[in-house]
Design a protein around this ligand. Sequence first.
Ligand SMILES: [Zn+2]
Length: 256
Amino acid sequence: MGLGRTAAIVIGSFPLGESDRVVTFYSREHGKIRGVARAARRIRSRFGGALELFTQGELVFFDTGRSDLLRIDHFDIVRPFNRVRESLDALGHAAWIAECVTRLTADHDRHPALYGLLARSLRALDGAARPARVAVCFGARGLDVLGHRPRLDACVDCGRAWPFPRPALGAGGLACEPCARAAGDALPISPGAVTALDRLRALAWEEALGIPLGRLEAELGGLLEAQMSRLIGQPTRASRFVREVGRLQPTSGGRS
Ligand SMILES: [Zn+2]
């Protein structure tokens, strides 16, 4: 493969040895890729602060073909998204988004639409949007982009057309009460949340960030975490962090 160049976002990293760092990127051209940034932890590192979590930049790497890990040659910042790391609320929701991307994609699986959604979500978290709303908009669209769009027009098991009483949301979409009871793992969803979820994935991105949702936003946040957890196979680590931050800062939730 040799030398490569792509737009990319830092979605994770950990220290390696004395002074190196292993960095996970989600890139536009190659999907999720991991590489070693040599001497990245030295004070006079040529990477400076460029490898901070959620930074968007231009990555130049070298693929030796001998390892899953690339050699990271340069990472030039395009957008640092500093504000995402300055508030616990934004940081928690960004971590949830990054965790969904990390755990639901395979290495080198190119997916430019998912890259675009991740970049838009971080830009919104870096701006004036409420973090909980950004996560809900990412979740609603992320399921579509990843090929797991929940069906909302009928019960996925028996085909009964929506609306019906006491709906639930399961892996593939809506379930009517008898089917939900038989399946066992669908969660109750309010009729208002069914309509809101449908609207959020149909509206333009900026409109979806702005429409009033009231308490449906928190309901959708919980349901989308449940959908993502099902796909991952366990609850996300970031959702627990978000809940703890919510308890510390009770004013950050509940508004629309
Ligand atoms: Zn049914």
